[in-house]
Design a protein around this ligand. Structure first.
Ligand code: SF4
Ligand code: SF4
Ligand code: SF4
Length: 417
């Protein structure tokens, strides 16, 4: 519904078979379908009741591809903070103590309700998820990009020549020759040359070329050993694969290995990925193989990467301010003005929405690194790269509610937490 006018091209291409909030299909109509009959299922919301869990398992059975849609479904979201308490404590608080709600009966309701799970259950704890689209809510561009991709890939332009032929660094200063991964040797010409003109490697936006440049075999050799590549090269390779295979980055897909495999399968004679030059297929396979097994090793872009504010500004954090204290200016980084902005530790994708309206990022697109103490990671990151005149312990001691600050959207999904 959030697509606005873009609903016009999308709706006629879809057959909606189950959407409880909007269309009057009942649960038993979903149960009655054959397993795997539905092509794509989007699951939203976090799972608190036994019915939520059952419905999620049923969706997995009936759908070929499952996409966790929105931060609740991806990470548990704000509801996940409830996992700091036991079910008994929560039930007591909610049904016996809360002044506005308690009716004096003092227990978990049992009639006409499905019953609670012991905790907020993360969707991917109980079923396999093929792709994640984070956001609270996801932006409409992401939704459009994702649905557009799922409806079928648009053909690449596939020009005859590889990008190196146009590249401003072809004769001198070639990045690949200097040992940096650049996917120009197999990418089609035709872009504005923005990346090489700024000294950055080609990440393959234009898709494959019909022929490769002489540097393709060197690129092929380098991609056979991605494990020892620099973190920048791994990040380039991650972006390359999405763009090269026509998975729109704008869709915000956080791809699991399975959907990558499905993308690879699209290289059939009907698609433009068929009959590519052997070096191109080999390079894409090298990257695909590495990412499939090592996705956790890839540095991903952060909200700061998409934020216009100045880091290294005239301001310095000398104390931690709550969001309601003072009025930050619109130019300087919010951290340097004293606010806890989670931009440097949060996955990019929103375009720094909150920061643009002068509110610090609170992390709804999810962590860029998992399985670590997020408070410590934030403190280490900002002390290294931002104007902060506090020690790590002083900074962390001044944060009220550390769990609600650093794990507001992700506590339920914290690995090992
Ligand atoms: S490998 Fe990259 S930097 Fe080198 S010429 Fe080709 S596109 Fe340019
Ligand atoms: S910390 Fe926040 S305000 Fe500062 S650059 Fe990053 S996103 Fe922007
Ligand atoms: S700035 Fe942060 S909290 Fe706001 S939408 Fe982006 S990721 Fe979410």
């Amino acid at each position: 519904m959030d697509l606005h006018l873009q609903l016009l091209p999308v709706l006629p291409a879809l057959e909606i078979v189950y959407w409880p909030a909007v269309v009057d299909f009942k649960y038993d109509s979903l149960e009655a379908r054959a397993d795997g009959e539905i092509v794509v299922g989007f699951i939203e919301g976090s799972l608190r009741t036994k019915q939520d869990v059952e419905g999620t398992k049923l969706m997995r059975k009936k759908c070929q591809i499952i996409i966790a849609f929105g931060s609740c479904s991806c990470y548990g979201n704000v509801h996940g903070l409830a996992n700091q308490w036991s079910k008994e404590e929560l039930v007591k608080r909610k049904f016996s103590e809360v002044e506005s709600i308690a009716d004096g009966s003092g227990g978990e309701p049992t009639q006409h309700v499905p019953g609670f799970e012991d905790k907020i259950v993360n969707v991917d704890e109980i079923i396999k998820v093929d792709a994640y689209i984070a956001g609270c809510p996801p932006r409409s561009e992401q939704i459009f990009g994702a649905i557009g991709f799922l409806l079928g890939q648009k053909p690449f332009p596939m020009n005859d020549l590889a990008f190196c032929n146009d590249c401003s660094l072809n004769q001198s200063g070639c990045l690949l020759d200097a040992g940096k991964l650049c996917y120009g040797p197999i990418t089609s010409i035709g872009c504005s040359l923005k990346c090489p003109n700024a000294g950055n490697p080609c990440v393959g936006c234009m898709g494959p070329a019909k022929t490769v440049s002489a540097r393709a075999s060197k690129l092929n050799d380098m991609t056979k050993n991605l494990a020892s590549a620099s973190s920048g090269d791994k990040k380039t390779s991650n972006e390359f694969l999405s763009l090269f295979l026509n998975v729109p980055l704008m869709a915000g897909f956080d791809l699991s290995a399975d959907i990558l495999k499905q993308v690879k399968k699209r290289g059939t004679p009907e698609t433009p990925l068929a009959n590519l030059p052997p070096d191109t297929v080999s390079i894409a396979s090298n990257v695909l193989g590495f990412l499939r097994d090592n996705r956790d090793l890839i540095d991903i872009s952060t909200v700061c990467d998409t934020c216009d504010r100045i880091i290294g500004s005239k301001s310095t954090m000398t104390k931690v301010k709550r969001d309601y204290e003072g009025l930050p200016n619109l130019e300087d980084c919010l951290i340097e003005q004293g606010y806890i902005c989670l931009g440097p530790v949060t996955k990019a994708g929103c375009g720094a929405l909150c920061v643009k309206v002068n509110a610090p990022c609170s992390g709804c697109y999810g962590q860029t690194e998992w399985g670590v103490n997020q408070a410590e990671r934030f403190a280490d990151t900002v002390l290294k790269g931002f104007n902060v005149s506090l020690s790590k312990s002083d900074l962390l001691a001044q944060v009220k509610d550390p769990v609600g600050t650093f794990e507001k959207f992700t506590l339920a999904s914290r690995k090992g937490g």
